[in-house]
Design a protein around this ligand. Structure first.
Ligand code: CDP
Length: 795
């Protein structure tokens, strides 16, 4: 009736609706030390769990001697796989339907794998006990490199899988192999580059943890846990344990960052829950930092070959890629089950390319399982890196400006909805608009001149300018294609408007710091004409919230945000009937005005009523045609994904003597459709860019040949600090999603997805005049210096 919120026009109702920079409601408790994280939970008689982990990456367990641990004063129990087997809990399914040991049954498959659990009266005693568990290992040869693990003489890791004779995990392909090969044969120019998207760890500030709390009186198991997806975790707990789902309550309280790391189920959660069930006392398990990095879901680890075929004047005709993926010891990637390579097949990016082909082989290695969507929508990060790097490689081959080659190949605004050669249906975009804005902000021409000046004058530092014009695919997703462990990826919102005119909104997604308690309230405020202060958002409790698939892959706004808008509109419909009753008019004659937020009798604007008055009417004077009360619920199955995009321009200075890289300028223009809270978006962009810098410059989970994790703590796995983060200049364009009820797309992961190729392109650009085509991440000074040396540029 009112056409929905309009881009950039919806600011200013003054009620804290769409587009207003409402301060985050949740910050009051966080900045006053009143957050409630899993480790803050204290229960009477609570026990503590410490996990005994394997020091070896590959070893058969010959014997576990618990006796010395049980002798420690305060140790209550020591659990091994044999104990769990009694309850049918020795193994658990991964999200990809593999079977993972909860505690090692027979053979250790990665360093730090969970071998035994010690339960004690306090954490220190549990730790003392864990040191006294004696495990006899028969150490086997490990393999931690995906390429080596596929060689004929590699040790077999998964001898638990019937018929498995090698370390091959899966194959996958997409696109048209033949047509792509033909395009390559007929092209004027082809380029090829191999690039590793290294193993990363999402590294949330809060590690994983759980408090299992079985109540024998109610025969109910409550698990407080660091979960990005409480409902699906409840379903999996029910399936694994046999406890009926209504007898399980998962509570995900405040969560200190997830970034995809808190999507899988980990052995520690199962052990804490099982121990509490068996001992009939609450049991807490909280990881230490190195346990988190070494044993929980890693991200990326895609070794990619990219190829482009093009005409002499830079028209891209085809893209081809081949990937070797390291999945670790179990296939526990967190992807929709029909997408074993996640959304990697969006690798044609922002470009109108006729044909494409991608293939992938995944291998098991003696490393922790993973392949989670780290601040990304299911491998879209790897896809964006591939195409944005390859466009730079092609530009250099052709001697073209990377801006011009992008302009030449962009999908044009009038081509939307656009179907990509690998089957994606892009909703909307204006890629050139975003790039133009970024170019203007970055003062591009000036830096190109300065770059040439330094080359001409043989200056001590080189300048590099990197661009990334990325397209994302977020909002998984339509139930017909997307599921997690079989459950369709819809999401939900329930709104209850109370008699005194305020409301409680419950959503199926679970925030980990993104500000949902504010932005979901803004959506409802916008759609019901309420004040944002009168709305409380609740989430993270399966006993009270409607079922949803959780928060990852920037799906909250595209899916649960849509549910909140649709549920609000259902409330609005009912409100009209109540308004009609109060105003003594026919329901058909009642209209709602978005600007004032009031309900009017058509043609008589002075006869109006607010949502607060309607709420009172719903409980105190309800019309006979309606039930009393004012509430609604919506389960939203998105018709399509949303496709946010952006253009990032990074200018770096490379020191020819040390290989050090300094950021001169960092411009990020994002388009996430209609914006709910620009201030929160700005925060999301800043955080995501910092993580992109970590990826490009610092982070890598490394292993030695014996399978030891050499990048498994914060001394060796380097996160960026404020010292490494430059000043960001952010901008935006607004291209609404045509199918989303409020025209919004997701935004949380765009900066992490979009920035690494811009940064690498910039460093390569500083050396491309001397023939350098690629620098591997993380671009530490020694890596960069080797490239300078190779190009004859080092001083
Ligand atoms: O799923 P997740 O919350 O991580 O990602 P998101 O949907 O991209 O949202 C991240 C934060 O940005 C949330 O608080 C959103 O409500 C907010 N946002 C916004 O204000 N406007 C948009 N168009 C998209 C997201």
């Amino acid at each position: 009736e009112d056409g929905g919120p309009q881009p950039e026009k919806h600011c200013g109702h003054g009620r804290g609706g769409m587009g207003e920079e409402v301060k985050r409601k949740e910050d009051q408790r966080f900045i006053t030390g009143r957050g409630n994280y899993v480790d803050d939970i204290k229960k009477p008689d609570m026990l503590h769990c410490e996990i005994v982990r394997s020091p070896h990456a590959h070893a058969r367990i010959e014997n576990i001697d618990k006796s010395r641990a049980l002798d420690v004063d305060g140790v209550v129990a020591v659990l091994t796989a044999d104990d769990l087997r009694e309850y049918d809990l020795a193994t658990m399914p991964t999200l990809m339907a593999d079977t993972q040991d909860v505690l090692v049954n027979d053979k250790v498959k990665f360093q730090s794998q969970e071998v035994a659990a010690v339960i004690a009266t306090d954490r220190y005693t549990a730790k003392d006990g864990a040191q006294k568990v004696v495990v006899d290992y028969d150490v086997l040869e490990p393999v931690v490199d995906a390429e080596k693990s596929l060689e004929d003489d590699a040790p077999l890791i998964r001898d638990d899988i019937e018929g498995q004779e090698d370390n091959h995990c899966l194959d996958w392909e997409t696109g048209d192999e033949e047509a792509t090969a033909e395009a390559f044969e007929n092209a004027d120019v082809t380029v090829k580059e191999q690039m590793l998207y290294q193993r990363l760890h999402p590294a949330p500030i809060e590690t994983c943890g759980a408090v299992g709390d079985y109540d024998p009186g109610k025969d109910k198991l409550t698990v407080h846990m660091t979960s990005q997806a409480p409902h699906i975790h409840r379903t999996l707990f029910a399936q694994v344990s046999g406890i009926p789902e209504h007898k399980i309550r998962i509570v995900s309280p405040d969560v200190g960052g997830g970034f995809g790391n808190k999507v899988p189920i980990y052995p520690g959660y199962v052990v804490a829950a099982a121990a509490s069930y068996v001992l009939e006392q609450p049991v807490k398990w909280v990881e230490e930092r190195s346990e988190n990095i070494q044993s929980t879901g890693f991200a990326r680890d895609y070794d990619m070959t990219g190829e482009l075929a093009a005409t002499d004047d830079g028209e891209i005709l085809a893209v081809r890629t081949d990937v070797l993926a390291d999945h670790g010891a179990y296939n526990a990637v967190a992807q929709p089950s029909k997408f074993p390579a996640g959304f990697f097949n969006i690798f044609t990016g922002s470009y109108d390319i006729d044909t494409a082909y991608g293939s992938l082989t995944a291998a098991y290695t003696n490393t922790a399982p993973g392949g989670v969507a780290y601040r990304c929508s299911f491998r879209v990060t790897e896809a964006v890196y591939l195409i944005e790097r390859m466009v730079k490689v092609l530009a250099d081959e052709l001697g073209m400006d990377p801006v011009e080659i992008r302009r030449k190949n962009f999908i044009q605004p009038e081509q939307f909805p656009y179907e990509s050669p690998t089957g994606w249906n892009y909703d909307s975009g204006d890629y050139e608009g975003a790039l133009d804005k970024a170019l203007e902000m970055a003062d591009y021409d000036h830096y190109r001149e300065e770059q040439q000046r330094r080359i001409d004058e043989d200056a001590d530092t080189l300048l590099g300018i990197g661009i990334s014009s990325f397209t994302e695919v977020v909002g998984a997703g339509p139930g017909k294609t997307c599921d997690i462990a079989g459950v369709e990826m819809f999401d939900s919102a329930e709104i209850r408007v109370h008699p005194t005119g305020n409301a409680t909104v419950r959503v199926g997604v679970q925030t980990q710091g993104q500000g949902h308690e504010t932005t979901f309230a803004q959506i409802v405020a916008e759609e019901l004409g309420m004040d944002v202060e009168d709305i409380t958002v609740e989430h993270g409790d399966t006993d009270t919230d409607p079922y949803g698939l959780g928060t990852y892959g920037s799906r909250s706004t595209p899916v649960a945000g849509a549910a909140a808008a649709v549920a609000s509109r259902k409330v609005r419909e009912k409100a009209k009937a109540i308004a009609a009753n109060e105003l003594e008019a026919a329901k058909e004659d009642i209209t709602w005005d978005r600007e004032s937020g009031e309900f009017h009798v058509a043609g008589a604007p002075d006869r109006s009523i607010s949502i607060t008055e309607i709420a009172a009417g719903a409980y105190m004077n309800h019309p006979s045609s309606e039930e009393p009360g004012l509430e609604a619920v919506n389960y939203y199955d998105p018709p399509e994904m949303t496709y946010p995009f952006g253009s990032y321009i990074v200018v770096v200075e490379v020191d020819r003597e040390t290989g050090e890289v300094e950021f001169e300028k960092f411009v990020a223009v994002d388009d996430c459709g209609n914006r709910i809270n620009p201030m929160i978006i700005e925060g999301q962009i800043h955080g995501g860019l910092a993580q992109g810098i970590g990826t490009a410059m610092l982070e890598h989970v490394t292993f030695d040949d014996n399978g030891n994790v050499t990048g498994g703590d914060f001394m060796n796995y380097l996160l960026p600090t404020s010292m490494e983060i430059p000043n960001f200049e952010t901008g935006h364009t607004v291209t609404p999603s045509p199918h989303h009820p409020i025209g919004a797309k997701g935004v949380g992961e765009s900066p992490t997805v979009g920035s690494p190729p811009a940064i690498v392109n910039a460093v390569v650009d500083a050396m491309s005049h001397a023939g350098i085509t690629h620098v591997e991440m993380p671009m530490t000074p020694d890596t960069v210096w080797e490239k300078l040396d190779e190009a004859g540029l080092a001083t």
